[in-house]
Write a protein that binds this ligand. Sequence first.
Ligand SMILES: [Zn+2]
Length: 150
Amino acid sequence: MARSMRFTYWRCDAEGGKFISFFDFLKEKSFIHPLSPDQINELRQNVRVIDCSNCGAPIDLERNSICSFCHSPVAMLDMQQPQRLIAELQQAASKPVDPMLPANLAMATLDADRVFAAFHDDDGRRGSSPGGLVQSGLAAVGRWVEKFVI
Ligand SMILES: [Zn+2]
């Protein structure tokens, strides 16, 4: 469990690592949270059907607030979490620097590039975000970050 979200991963019996889906990774890191009843009601006023962020199945908001296929709750990106992460990194920066930090940051940057590249169409258009609220939120964060990077 991470906050109120249950996540699943598979661990190698030979200590070779673990496999976790991207959606479960976001849950583990507290980057997404389930919508409150008020938020679901607000969403219902504008949208009738939404794609499940976990499996992509349609969720009829008139009848459900969880996916009838994989039982994931309707969830969205927690926009506060990136700010908490930055605050933690700033606090960590005041401590002695880990010699592996530059390499770890380079790997994290490559990972982020791969995530955000997934939201670009083949012809370079941006903003295509099938798959629900979490993917839409990630696409929005990607567009926001690009303003500062480019
Ligand atoms: Zn689902």
